[in-house]
Each structure stands twice: as structure tokens, then as C-alpha cells.
Design a protein around this ligand. Structure first.
Ligand SMILES: [Zn+2]
Length: 120
């Protein structure tokens, strides 16, 4: 499975992560299928943002409403690991949705996965 995303959008996620180096930052990937057309930074509302993330539910609902109204689909999400690990945590894997792109930023690098048949 190939994820399509432009260098400019990758740089946008890296800049977001760099802006808050001690917290996990997060956001939504918008587009179609596995092609990302836009990244949308969202607030991390997790209780412990240094080691976990939870996308602001209001932003998530707004994005899905926009998609239903003909806007870009929510095709995945991104978050950062301030500890520099470019590997999904067990919690990340447990939270993944089938077919959704998971992009991870750590130390200025980005990796992306797509869960298929329950495997990510
Ligand atoms: Zn994570």
C-alpha cells in the first residue's frame, strides 16, 4: 500500500512537531483513499500529552461533517513522538482503524502506515 503525500505536507507536519518538542502534536490527514491532499493540525487533548495524544473530538467531528458535505475525506491522522521513536507504540496500534493512514513524526523524520486486515 502506497501513501501519497507531498513534501510540502510532510514539512508542515515536521514543523508542527518541532513547534511543541515536549508534547505529542497531532492532526488529521485529509484527502481521498491513500492520497493526502491536506494536513490539519488539531489540539492534543490527551491527559498526558507528553506521551500520548487524543485528537480534539470537536475537530474530528467537524472534519467528518465537512467530508459528508462534499469536502475532503478524513483518510488518517498524524502525531509526533517527542522521545524520537519512529515506531508506533502498542497504544497507537490498538487505536488504529482499518484502511486509515497513520503518520508518525520523530526527530524531523516521518513514517506512515496503513492498517490492512487488522495488521499495521
Ligand atoms: Zn504514538
Amino acid at each position: 500500500m502506497t501513501v501519497q503525500i507531498s513534501r510540502a505536507l510532510i514539512d508542515q507536519m515536521i514543523a508542527h512537531a518541532a513547534s511543541e518538542p515536549t508534547r505529542e502534536v497531532c492532526g488529521l490527514l485529509l484527502g481521498a483513499g491513500h492520497a493526502v491532499a491536506e494536513v490539519q493540525a488539531c489540539a492534543n487533548v490527551a491527559a498526558e500529552p507528553a506521551t500520548s495524544f487524543e485528537i480534539d473530538p470537536a475537530a474530528l467531528i467537524a472534519a467528518h461533517k465537512s467530508a459528508r458535505a462534499g469536502g475532503l475525506a478524513v483518510v488518517g491522522c498524524y502525531h509526533s513522538h517527542p522521545n524520537g521513536s519512529l515506531a508506533l507504540s502498542p497504544r497507537d496500534v490498538a487505536s488504529a482503524y482499518e484502511g486509515q493512514i497513520w503518520a508518525l513524526i520523530a526527530d524531523g523524520r516521518v513514517a506512515a502506515w496503513v492498517m490492512e486486515d487488522g495488521v499495521i
